[in-house]
Design a protein around this ligand. Structure first.
Ligand SMILES: O=C(O)CCC(=O)C(=O)O
Length: 419
């Protein structure tokens, strides 16, 4: 019996409709062919006509950018490369095999450079110099929210990964329970992907590795362990240059660079299909943080008692403390989750001209209705979360500044969309 494989899509299967039905809804991985990205300008700019890295172009364009890379085999007293040019120099002479530049916000840097040259032209610069977001992952609530320059948001979730030949990313799940999509630009990678049913078997391995100050490298596993996980549903796939891999929500994965260097462009993203999973992951983290600072709660209660104040005397401060901790450990918390939700809801069922107008002040392109699920589907995903959140014993909506108004607006949008 042949072992299960990651689906390799045909060019005709690169549509949103096909992807949604076969991969978003069942939450299963796939590899898109080169067709998905063949018009990206970076392919002819960053690579020469033989498909090799154009080192000179990369250095001219991005060499001056400051970088911080991970070193999997640090050598004492060896200075870390501080610019992309110095990293390229190392790689070009065959060194730096253990250095990995991860989560590099290059699309954002290109956007900012474009804006500096001609105000309002940053988005075009990214489109003309780097890439355009494929339809299959345009319905991305995270980047749609964070890309709103008009609202002064600064973050984004699009990254370049460039790593030496001995680098890898240990076993992990993506932040916020999000999806990831990664296009291989140069070289190849090996991916080990684990369906959520494997999570209970993986946890002890991760805990044991962390106890030793280490991490889980699936490539280094003995064959018998690999065979055991294959039997539990682990998938292994080699991704070639030009291919794009979709990593579903909640799937652990370990990623191994097979060429020196290896370059890819990634997004972390989420939308209505996995909103309940994202909500649960945040609720879990909030509970963990709450427990971790339980002693602060006792202190605040005691102080309020001494001062003769009731619940109002300590509760707001306590909820703000927990929220601040969640924000620091997770990078976001309830207020951002709900503002992001509100932002996308307000972009549904509006005229094309309104969408275009909003997109003008955003780094994210307009998202047409044909690359999203139906409004009824979105409403059915969001409404139970609002109900659950408002019924939570912690009542964060009541204590965190402005959150009650955001929830009211979310409810207003749900009513508008249900009409
Ligand atoms: O390419 C890598 O090393 C890691 C990428 C990854 O983990 C992801 O895209 O989720």
């Amino acid at each position: 019996m042949s072992s299960p494989a990651v689906a390799r899509l045909e060019p005709a299967q690169c549509s949103y409709t096909y992807f949604r039905q076969h991969h978003l809804l069942p939450n299963t991985p796939c590899l898109f062919p080169r067709t998905l990205v063949e018009r990206w300008p970076l392919l002819s700019r960053w690579l020469d006509k033989h498909g090799n890295l154009d080192w000179n172009h990369l250095e001219d364009q991005y060499g001056a950018l400051e970088v911080t890379c991970i070193d999997l085999a640090p050598v004492a007293d060896e200075p870390a490369p501080s610019t992309f040019a110095s990293l390229l120099h190392l790689w070009r002479r065959g060194d730096g095999r253990a250095k990995y530049l991860k989560d590099w916000h290059l699309p954002l840097a290109v956007f900012r450079a474009g804006e500096r040259d001609v105000k309002g032209k940053g988005k075009e610069r990214v489109r003309d110099e780097v890439y355009e977001v494929p339809d299959v992952c345009l319905d991305d609530w995270l980047n749609e929210y964070e890309g709103d320059e008009g609202a002064g948001r600064r973050d984004d979730f699009r990254f370049v990964y460039v790593g030496g030949g001995d680098t890898f990313t240990p076993l992990h799940r993506d932040i916020y329970s999000s999806y990831s999509i990664s296009t291989q630009i140069y070289g190849s990678k090996r991916w080990y992907l684990f369906p959520p049913s494997c999570t209970p078997s993986l946890r002890p391995l991760i805990v044991a590795a962390e106890r030793q100050g280490s991490s889980v490298n699936c490539d280094a596993w003995p064959d018998v362990l690999k065979a055991d996980f294959r039997a539990q549903g682990m998938l292994v796939v080699e991704q070639a240059a030009g291919e794009t891999i979709f990593v579903p929500s909640g799937w652990f994965h370990s990623v191994h660079n097979l060429s020196h260097p290896t370059l890819s462009l990634n997004h972390n993203w989420l939308n209505s299909h996995i909103l309940p999973a994202v909500y649960s992951a945040l609720a879990y983290e909030a509970a963990r943080c709450r427990e971790a600072v339980d002693d602060v709660r006792d202190m605040l209660v005691e102080q309020a008692r001494r001062e003769g104040k009731g619940e109002d005397g300590w509760r707001r401060e306590w909820e703000e403390t927990v929220d601040g901790l969640v924000e620091r450990s997770e990078g976001w918390s309830w207020p951002t989750f709900w503002r992001m939700t509100l932002n996308t809801l307000s972009n549904l069922d509006v005229s094309t001209s309104t969408l275009a107008e909003r997109a003008r002040r955003s780094r994210w392109p307009p998202v047409p209705p044909e690359v999203r699920p139906s409004v009824a589907f979105v409403v059915s995903q969001v409404r139970p979360l609002v109900d659950d959140f408002c019924a939570r014993e912690e009542q964060e909506w009541r204590w965190l500044d402005g959150l009650d108004r955001v929830l009211e607006e979310v409810e207003g949008e749900l009513e508008r969309l249900a009409m």
